[in-house]
Design a protein. Structure first.
Length: 151
């Protein structure tokens, strides 16, 4: 009855151990900071400099304020296969994931709920910096969330 009352008021506190565990862990603890953020059209020289740091993820900032995620290895493959001076990251053969925002203070439970409610396949964790801009601090995928409760 108490659970039904909470749900009717818009609150939903899962009592299973996994959700309790996810509620106690900050999403930032599991985020991947090994990423680079670029525009969809990028010069070959810039790609080469970017890949020196071997980013695991590439965040593509599209013109319509949406963000797309691409594995870094797909960019390496495109660089090796194409000889053009400019690479269009929207056109190269690659795996791409839709991203959704998540605040730095969120828990893993909130991250999981965000993935389930949105069409996003991964999350970018953002923080409001001292210059008053939202900055991406890391990437969080479903598998990273799942790894938190597979111990």
């Amino acid at each position: 009855m108490f659970h039904t009352l909470l749900q009717s008021t818009g609150l939903n506190y899962h009592t299973d151990p996994v959700m309790q565990s996810l509620r106690r862990i900050g999403a930032a603890r599991f985020m991947n900071r090994n990423f680079a953020q670029v525009s969809p059209n990028i010069k070959r020289e810039t790609v080469q400099m970017l890949l020196v740091d071997t980013p695991e993820w590439i965040v593509i900032s599209n013109t319509d304020t949406t963000l797309t995620l691409m594995p870094g290895v797909d960019l390496v493959r495109a660089l090796n296969e194409q000889q053009d001076d400019e690479i269009d990251l929207q056109e190269i053969p690659a795996t791409r994931y839709e991203l959704a925002p998540l605040r730095m203070q969120a828990t893993l439970q909130e991250a999981l709920e965000k993935l389930e409610k949105s069409s996003a396949e991964a999350l970018y964790i953002e923080w409001f910096d001292q210059q008053h801009y939202w900055r991406i601090q890391g990437i969080l995928t479903r598998s990273q969330i799942e790894s938190a409760y597979r111990f």
